[in-house]
Ligand binder design. Structure first.
Ligand code: PRP
Ligand code: ZN
Length: 284
């Protein structure tokens, strides 16, 4: 049987969250294999690769899908399709300098040397700002370059800031913001194409679930109208009688990003006994 092939970052910022996403999609896998693992309950092969190599493998149809940072997609400029923003792996590509140096702005880096694994993005940025600087491309451990005298500054990814801190560096400019993307090869063939569609469907159900919460509340009937007006969706909310005939229970799905504002409004409208529950999957 033909298997769909997906590549995940083998170690680093996206590794854990990528595996968690597949698990939430119901994919069981054996994680003891280091380079390649087969899902136990879906025709899927999981490759663990350097994230930097994933765009090229997709373009060359060696794999069908990949989870990588937007930063790499912009840098590598490969022919591939972006399917989904995944909402994790948020980070920024920044220029940083030794913390005790005099450099304050990118103008101060004119005629200086900047080490990076992102030469394309950096060059475009510097050209736009009309700054002439020497770009020194290295493939890893960029953060040690200033310390060993290889460069005056770096341009690298920052997420927690821990790597910069440990290496005595400070950010002076953010070039772009990034998050993990699900990307696909441009030309996935049947029957892998239909397996990919099945996986997209599951990923969307998981993403929707992660972005929403299930809220249950009780309200005195005299305030019910307010609550229903506030929560009104196409078919929802769910309205249920309580043991006390003067009271009603209302259940609704609320977007995570508005959750606390919505709760404050619901309280103000007369809601009581609120419960907020996570949703596992949300399927339209
Ligand atoms: C990036 C970057 C830094 C680290 C920054 O590596 O190169 O090493 O993350 O994260 P922090 O601010 O939380 O310390 P990435 O995960 O892309 O791995 P790679 O550079 O080895 O491919
Ligand atoms: Zn990388």
């Amino acid at each position: 049987m033909e298997h769909l092939r997906i590549a995940l970052q083998k170690s680093g910022r996206l590794h854990e969250d990528s595996i968690r996403l597949l698990k939430d999609c119901g994919i069981d896998m054996n994680l003891s294999q280091r380079l390649k693992s087969s899902a136990l309950n879906f025709p899927l092969e999981i490759f663990f690769l350097r994230d930097d190599d994933i765009p090229q493998y997709l373009e060359e149809n060696i794999i069908d899908l990949g989870i990588v940072g937007e930063n790499l997609i912009l840098e590598k400029e490969r022919k591939l399709k972006i399917k989904e923003k995944l909402g994790f792996g948020r980070c920024r590509l920044s220029i940083a300098v030794p913390k005790n140096s005099d450099y304050q702005t990118i103008e101060d880096l004119s005629e200086k040397c900047i080490a990076t694994s992102y030469p394309n993005i950096l060059k475009k940025f510097l050209d736009k700002q009309q700054i002439q600087a020497d770009i020194h491309t290295i493939s890893g451990a960029v953060e040690i370059a200033p310390g060993i005298g290889l460069s005056d500054a770096i341009c690298d990814l920052v997420s927690s800031g821990g790597t910069l801190f440990i290496n005595g560096l400070r950010e002076i400019e953010t070039i772009l913001k990034s998050e993990a993307l699900l990307v696909a090869s441009q030309n996935i063939k049947f029957p892998r194409k239909s397996l990919a569609e099945r996986l997209y469907f599951r990923i969307q159900a998981v993403k929707r679930a992660r972005n929403n919460k299930y809220v249950m509340l009780n309200v005195s009937n005299k305030y019910l109208e307010n609550i229903l007006n506030f929560l009104s969706g196409e078919k929802s909310p769910t309205v249920l009688p309580l043991a006390d005939p003067n009271w009603t229970a209302v259940h609704a799905v609320i977007e995570e990003k508005n959750l606390w504002n919505s709760i404050e409004r619901l309280k103000a409208y007369g809601a009581q006994d609120l419960l907020v529950l996570p949703i596992k999957k949300m399927i339209p």
